[in-house]
Ligand binder design. Structure first.
Ligand code: HEM
Length: 145
């Protein structure tokens, strides 16, 4: 039987998490330490997944700076303190990638590393989906072919 409108709202309203307000996304990610773990896993996948080989070679051999830059960027992007700006200055994400050849395959490889890292973090399914949907926009804007 089709549920009544009241039933749907009674079920979904109290349980629907809110992300993107204040630092709620950062909190759901486990705070700054959680984002650092997420980015470590992300780059470990980039380092090992065959699908990510082409984008791995775009990076320096030593990923220390990339880890630091993506971690600090995501902390601010998730509503936390502007750690990237404090350390490295301002950034425009598509502009920071314009010297790289990024097409659909490269974008998908980047998002695959992120999906796998999110899975390993043991986050709630709805949170992982939120982060992937939100990141798919800047990832698409990095695409230049
Ligand atoms: C679409 C696929 C993407 C690829 C293939 C990619 C690849 C890269 C590479 C190779 C670098 C190092 C650049 C260099 O050393 O000159 C880099 C830097 C960076 N990426 Fe990405 N990226 C992608 C998407 C994203 C997205 C969606 C974000 C964030 C939402 C992001 C955030 C960053 C940041 C913060 C840096 C450091 C920039 C700097 O300070 O110079 N990237 N990326």
């Amino acid at each position: 039987m089709k549920p009544q409108q009241e039933d749907i709202s009674a079920v979904t309203k109290p349980t629907a998490p809110v992300y993107g307000v204040g630092d709620s996304t950062l909190q759901a990610a486990g705070g700054e330490a959680g984002v650092r773990e997420l980015v470590d896993k992300f780059y470990n996948y980039m380092d090992t997944l065959p699908e990510a080989e082409a984008i791995r070679t775009m990076h320096a051999d030593d990923l220390t700076e990339s880890r630091e830059k993506l971690t600090t960027f995501l902390i601010g992007w998730m509503g936390g303190p502007s750690r990237y700006a404090e350390k490295f200055g301002s950034i425009n994400i598509p502009g920071a990638h314009s010297h790289l050849a990024i097409g659909i395959a490269e974008k998908e490889a980047w998002l695959l590393c992120m999906q796998k890292a999110l899975d390993d973090q043991g986050y709630e399914e709805v949170f992982k989906r939120y982060v992937m949907v939100q990141l798919s926009f800047p990832a698409e804007m990095c695409r230049n072919r």
